[in-house]
Design a protein around this ligand. Structure first.
Ligand SMILES: [Fe+2]
Ligand SMILES: [Fe+2]
Length: 162
């Protein structure tokens, strides 16, 4: 557990990560649809960790958390420049991952989870787990903005239970 803390803290405590989250909160302050700040990122992390256990996936817990914490940072670029966020988030995530002790292979897999989090991947990949957790984290079944949300019906999460 000490090792896990050591590998995730450089992301959580990174001034750039904290600044990006502040910017995200400011940009989404009036947003009536799903937000992408820390509460969402941690929801995804915790659900993904649960899914991984359920599937017997062998990803270290901190690797799952890293992917979840980094998966939506590209939203900032999307708001300002229109670049799709899964794509825009990769170099942002890379900047932070370089300062962690995740191996090159782990970093590559985390980045793939960022870039593929809107589509998923092979059934037991980290990208697929993040994709499913992202979906499960949204409370479309109790959303006040459902009438005007752009998400198609099949994408909306209507399930309370995981
Ligand atoms: Fe996303
Ligand atoms: Fe997300």
């Amino acid at each position: 557990m000490i090792q896990a803390m050591e590998r995730i803290q450089p992301i959580v405590q990174h001034p750039r990560f904290q600044d990006w989250l502040r910017q995200m909160d400011a940009l989404e302050a009036e947003r009536i649809y799903c937000r992408h700040g820390l509460p969402h990122l941690l929801d995804v992390a915790r659900i993904a960790a649960l899914l991984a256990v359920e599937r017997g996936a062998s990803y270290p817990r901190d690797m799952i958390y890293a992917a979840a914490l980094l998966h939506d940072l590209g939203r900032l670029a999307q708001y300002t420049s229109g670049i799709p966020h899964a794509q825009a988030g990769v170099p942002m995530a890379q900047t932070l991952l370089h300062e962690t002790a995740f191996t090159a292979q782990e970093q590559e897999e985390i980045l793939r989870a960022v870039s593929c989090h809107r589509t998923g991947d092979t059934s037991d990949s980290l990208a697929q787990i993040i994709f499913e957790a992202d979906h499960a984290s949204r409370m479309c079944f109790a959303c006040d903005a459902a009438d005007t949300c752009y998400w198609p019906a099949q994408r909306r999460n209507q399930t309370v239970l995981l």
